[in-house]
Design a protein around this ligand. Structure first.
Ligand code: GLU
Length: 506
């Protein structure tokens, strides 16, 4: 019998090690922000790198702090970010339910086991008494802690109180001999919990478990092999290890991720509206940009570079490279990151087709009825615009700004405006119309640039910069924007000729 137990344990431990199972366990008390995304991402990278499973578990046992819609929104954002869980309440899985409020039976079973084995006890202390303890500690300059009074109740006293229906909680008996554990990031750690804390509550009066019990029970039953979570939980881990041992279970390996801070070292605050993933999404930030910037902020890779995509993050992630230093997030670089990732999307045929549709919708919404020439809504045209602007724009919606309105609307410019720049305006326009007609198609910006230089060199009375100003005005009614050659290539031969002629005739 004993041998059989040992064999079972060995097999269990081996399988635990063999299959990597990690979890992201947010409380649905708010929406997903950058800190949460970073934790989820590192779990995802670790799982995928080891051919493992990424679980989303919702820790909703604190009923007073639940935010309606948060649970759904967290999973929506993970999906949007491209790191969906393999197991969750939405996706299902063998180890569900994946929401703690649906697993109450497991927690009360565990609490009963702890009571039976003498690792836990009923506590009948009233809130008034606990408040008094707290006030007294504060008055004496001590950190408030429960004095473990109910540890010492006699079994008859307990039975009598239970029979009378006195409200109670269940507390875990902290052991003073904490075993050290090796955190994969912080190294050997040990926190003498019993020396600084009173016995913690594991079951609340409302029949719900506290975080500590539910977390341990779920990590066990969900066969979690590695816990990657924020370093704020490091000091709770000794308590969790004690709970695992008391329940006769093997704890998972732990890796506590250093804090994610703003560039100036201040804490990311949930009051900063701009740290929520939903708000980045609404601003047109690409999900791969967020994943990249969040990993760029901290350690965990041999080197840092802008533009890593998810498959590269998975390949290059190295948990042993995570240091204990806080990760500093530089959101001022968000635009640079997005520019690079937008370029990647434009260079990918399938993704570019999606961008084309998106941009077409935006153009319709922004310029709608003003659009004279409907061919600007054709996929081929929009695609050309994107190909020419990639590497310059940080988001597709930038192309709706005034500088780019020439792409969608014909400008209104009159001859006088051109002649105010140079008396050679008409000659310039005529020469360029000729060039465009001769060349038939506008081949490339490079070829066009040298042709424009040639035209300019033949003009006696004006300089190259004025040639450009005249053309820019005639084509876009703007003083700045992309290069004239790029404007011409994106607009195409017919449209360039029409605009140049119009400008002369007005
Ligand atoms: N519910 C906890 C949180 O929101 C989970 C901590 C853990 O991963 O153990 O941070």
């Amino acid at each position: 019998m004993f041998r059989c137990f040992i064999m079972k344990m060995t097999r269990h431990d081996a399988s635990r090690r063999l299959c990597t199972r990690v979890r992201f366990a947010p409380s649905p008390t708010g929406f997903l922000h950058l800190g949460g995304l970073r934790t989820a991402l590192y779990n995802y990278l670790f799982a995928k790198q080891h051919g493992g499973t990424f679980i989303l578990r919702l820790e909703d046992t604190d009923r007073t702090r639940l935010v309606p819609g948060a649970a759904e929104a967290i999973e929506d954002m993970l999906e949007w970010a491209g790191i969906p869980p393999d197991e969750s309440s939405r996706r299902g899985g063998e180890y569900g339910p994946y929401v703690q409020s649906e697993r109450l039976q497991l927690y009360s079973q565990a609490a009963s086991t702890l009571l039976q084995t003498g690792h836990a006890y009923y506590c009948f202390c009233s809130n008034q008494r606990l408040d008094l303890l707290k006030k007294e500690a504060q008055r004496n300059g001590h950190v408030p802690r429960y004095d473990n009074r109910c540890r010492h109740l006699h079994p008859e006293q307990i039975q009598e109180k239970l029979a009378r229906g006195v409200p109670h909680v269940i507390r875990f008996k902290l052991d003073s001999g904490d075993e050290p554990f090796q955190d994969l990031i912080f190294g050997w750690s040990r926190h003498e919990v019993a020396a600084v804390e009173g016995d913690p509550i594991v079951m609340k009066a409302d029949g719900f478990p506290t975080y500590h019990l539910a977390n341990v029970v779920d990590d066990h039953y969900m066969k979690v092999s590695h816990v990657l979570r924020g370093s704020e939980w490091l000091i709770s881990t000794s308590k969790h290890m004690q709970l695992f041992r008391a329940l006769g279970w093997t704890p998972p390996a732990y890796a506590h991720l250093p804090l994610l801070l703003n560039r100036d070292g201040s804490k990311l605050s949930k009051r900063q509206q701009d740290i929520f993933i939903q708000s980045f999404k609404e601003q047109g930030v690409l999900p791969e940009t967020l994943l990249d910037i969040v990993t760029h902020a901290g350690s965990g890779f041999n080197s840092n570079r802008i533009g890593r995509r998810l498959d590269e993050l998975i390949k290059e992630f190295n948990i042993s490279k995570i240091t204990t230093h806080s990760a500093l997030l530089d959101l001022d670089k968000l635009g640079d990151f997005n520019r690079v990732h937008l370029q990647h999307r434009i260079e990918d045929e399938e993704k570019c087709a999606v961008l084309v549709d998106e941009l077409c919708q935006f153009v319709l919404q922004t310029h709608g009825l003003q659009i004279g020439d409907r061919s600007v809504l054709e996929a081929q045209y929009i695609q050309r615009v994107l190909q020419l602007r990639k590497g310059h724009i940080c988001s597709v919606s930038e192309l709706l700004g005034p500088i780019y309105s020439y792409l969608w609307l014909r400008p209104e410019v009159c001859r006088q405006q051109l002649e105010d720049v140079t008396s050679e305006a008409a000659n310039i326009i005529t020469a360029v119309i000729q060039l465009v007609r001769d060349q038939k198609s506008l081949m490339s910006t490079e070829v066009l640039n040298s042709e424009l230089k040639l035209i300019s060199s033949k003009l006696k009375k004006t300089k190259y910069s004025n040639v450009m100003r005249v053309l820019r005005l005639a084509l876009s009614a703007q003083q700045q924007g992309p290069s004239v050659a790029e404007m011409m290539v994106s607009l195409g031969e017919q449209e360039v000729c029409a605009r140049l002629q119009n400008a002369l005739q007005r």
